[in-house]
Design a protein around this ligand. Structure first.
Ligand code: SIN
Length: 186
């Protein structure tokens, strides 16, 4: 753990809309060469082992850009914050460090736009990984799953809402949102 320096964390899923950890700053950010996909199974938050839900992970894709949120975490609380996040993301995610593009803060002056940031990735070799499936299949799974943290649908809808709030496009997320709302309609 680096002493005396703020650390950046990138959130692209529930960490966008449920940042239940101490942070000094929250800023829109994006990562190049990665795309967000509902390909990770959730057996501890939005599903159960017998009926996993689906949550997001980042998948490498040349030319893609994934929008999310960067959090600046103070060094004094970093050990505690990352221990809690490692626990929260324990269902298949690894903590990695990658270059992150921060949205410019006009008030902050010439701060570096690209920073090293920690983030949680679920790769294809973890036991909960589900991988790709047709959009209607993913939507139906999200609609019907529920786990200790609540309905899987809430996860998708809150993610879509947060991305809209920051004017961030993500066709995978918005297409899934449209499909679950269609499936749910009477
Ligand atoms: C993240 O939000 O950055 C990781 C995945 C999740 O917890 O939804």
């Amino acid at each position: 753990m680096s002493q005396g320096q703020d650390l950046w964390l990138f959130g692209y899923g529930s960490l966008i809309w449920r940042p239940d950890f101490a942070h000094r700053e929250r800023r829109p950010a994006s990562i190049d060469g990665w795309t967000r996909r509902f390909w990770q199974g959730s057996t501890d938050h939005r599903g159960v082992p017998e009926a996993p839900g689906r949550v997001v992970t980042l998948v490498p894709e040349p030319g893609a850009r994934c929008h999310g949120v960067a959090y600046r975490v103070a060094p004094e609380v970093a050990a505690q914050v990352f221990a809690e996040l490692d626990h929260r993301e324990r269902g298949g995610y690894l903590r990695v460090e990658l270059p992150l593009r921060l949205a410019r803060d006009p008030a902050a002056g010439p701060d570096p736009q690209i920073v090293a940031a920690r983030m949680y990735l679920a790769t294809a070799d973890n036991p909960n990984y589900l991988g790709p499936a047709p959009l209607p299949t993913i939507a139906a799974q999200i609609l019907h799953s529920r786990g200790p943290s609540g309905p899987n649908l809430e996860y998708l809808l809150r993610l879509a809402e947060s991305l809209r709030e920051q004017d961030a496009d993500d066709e995978h997320v918005f297409a899934l949102e449209r499909e679950v709302l269609r499936l749910r309609a009477p």
